[in-house]
Design a binder for this molecule. Structure first.
Ligand code: AMP
Ligand code: GLY
Length: 441
């Protein structure tokens, strides 16, 4: 099988690594790939057309030229821009939702209205505003903390759980007045803050069958103890027991299936990976957000535990025969520690040489996935905000975390920073409370 994989992050390196471990996969074209994918045996990095990830017609031409058996899309931007429709129009097989269905991530207003309309549990909405003045006025009538979200795509940085009116006003200014995320901030929504433990629950679906992936938890804030601004994700873990059977059944029955049924009923059937960002509250699981793709860095923690051929599952998903696939997971746990560049999640400093990669990769049960790196004259250089995802596995979470940190400790570049508490503190509680990872949810 020959696969075209679109994207350049840690998630895509992890997917390419897993795909190439399947016996039936002969080649993975990575468009554009990164410094890690460039070194993978069986992978080949190909440039993306000038229009980048938004230019889905040009990406489809690239698909036509390469002739893969199937295409897998890592990031949200091409999906929200309609890459699935473009490939389908040319008779090319692709795993991912249509442009309409991808609105579930592309517009938080669409997602919230969809959830409320279909009575799928989610936090109560205060309102949706398309003028900063209206959003400021609405702050008089909310409880604190209050959640402010930009409608459009903002790389995980368009949400603030604001503790007070000053912070909320400043964030609304950044979105709607300074337009830090461009048209993504044309509309904002204000919603009630939920309290509980967060969980990333990702499924693959062909529109009928749902194949759940191992549940994960990510760490979105930049600093230890869940402090500092939100990032795309500073680490993630997966462990046996993170999600018990009963709760998983409840998530599938009350959130995932109703979502897929309603999407189909409303005329945009959903196919591909669906990522539900959940809050496990005392009143049951509730949806915080949907993503129309796999998570990053959740994918890194998931692929190292996969014990079934991913390529076969993807193939089956494109042919509507996912029911034939059984997902099996290696027992134990995994943890991914993201090493970020100086100033991330602000504009990152780039260009520095990365050292210690070989030593890190030689740590048993550890694998180093690249994200913002590039290979230049045989050297690996920092080229983005999230640079590496050092991922460990083990018989339990403590062992997996220890492996990941042992390997991360061998890597050096100027300005590198990473959280020291991956797996130890969960993302959560608007109140700032934290939960230990071992506690049952
Ligand atoms: P989202 O992109 O919507 O998942 O939001 C990013 C992060 O903001 C989530 O992972 C949560 O940590 C937090 N968040 C979003 N919505 C809420 C909410 N209603 N209550 C509490 N925290 C939230
Ligand atoms: N780790 C969060 C995301 O992929 O959106």
């Amino acid at each position: 099988m020959k696969i075209l994989l679109i994207g350049s992050g840690g998630r895509e390196h992890a997917l390419a690594w897993r795909l190439l471990a399947s016996s039936g996969v002969e080649r993975v074209w990575c468009a554009p790939g990164n410094g890690g994918m460039a070194q993978l045996k069986g992978a080949e990095c190909v440039a993306v057309p000038q229009g980048g990830m938004k230019d889905v017609a040009a990406l489809a031409e690239l698909g036509e030229r390469l002739g893969p058996d199937l295409t897998l899309v890592g990031p949200e931007l091409p999906l929200v821009s309609g890459i699935a429709d473009e490939f389908a129009g040319r008779g090319l097989r692709l795993v991912g939702p249509s442009r309409q269905a991808a609105q579930i991530e592309g517009s938080k207003v669409f997602a919230k209205e969809f959830l409320l309309r279909n009575r799928i549990p989610t936090g109560p909405l205060y309102g949706i505003y398309d003028a900063a003045g209206d959003a400021y006025s609405a702050l008089c009538a909310v409880d604190w903390p209050c959640v402010i979200k930009a409608d459009g795509l903002a790389a995980g940085k368009g949400v603030l759980v604001a503790a007070n009116p000053d912070d909320a006003t400043a964030f609304i200014d950044r979105l709607m007045v300074d337009r830090e995320f461009g048209s993504a901030g044309d509309r904002v929504l204000l919603e009630e803050a939920l309290t509980g433990s967060e969980l990333s629950y990702i499924v693959l679906t062909d529109g009928e069958t749902v194949l759940p992936l191992a549940a994960t938890r990510d760490h979105k804030r930049v600093f230890d103890g869940n402090r500092g601004p939100n990032t795309g994700g500073m680490g993630a873990y997966s462990a046996d027991g993170l999600l018990d059977r009963e709760l998983e059944a409840r998530i599938l029955d009350s959130l995932i299936r109703p979502t897929l049924d309603a999407m189909a009923r409303e005329g945009h059937p959903y196919r591909g990976f669906l990522y539900a960002g959940l809050m496990l509250t005392s009143a049951g699981p509730q949806v915080l957000e949907f993503n129309c793709r796999m998570g990053d860095p959740e994918t890194q923690a998931i692929v190292v535990r996969m014990d079934f051929p991913l390529s076969e599952a993807l193939d089956a998903a494109t042919e509507g025969r996912l029911r034939e696939i059984t997902a099996r997971w290696k027992p134990g746990a995994s943890a991914c520690v993201v090493i970020a560049a100086e100033n991330y999640p602000g504009e990152p400093r780039t260009g520095m040489k990365i050292e210690g990669l070989a030593a890190a990769s030689s740590v048993p049960d550890a694998v180093v996935f690249h994200a913002g790196t590039k290979l230049e004259a045989g050297e690996v250089l920092v080229s983005g905000g999230r640079v590496l995802g050092v991922t460990g596995t083990g018989a339990n979470l403590g062992a997996a975390v220890a492996r990941a940190y042992e390997a991360a400790g061998k890597i050096r570049f100027e300005g590198a920073h990473y959280r020291r508490d991956i797996g130890a503190v969960t993302q959560t509680a608007a109140s700032g409370a934290s939960h230990t990872a071992g506690s049952r949810i």
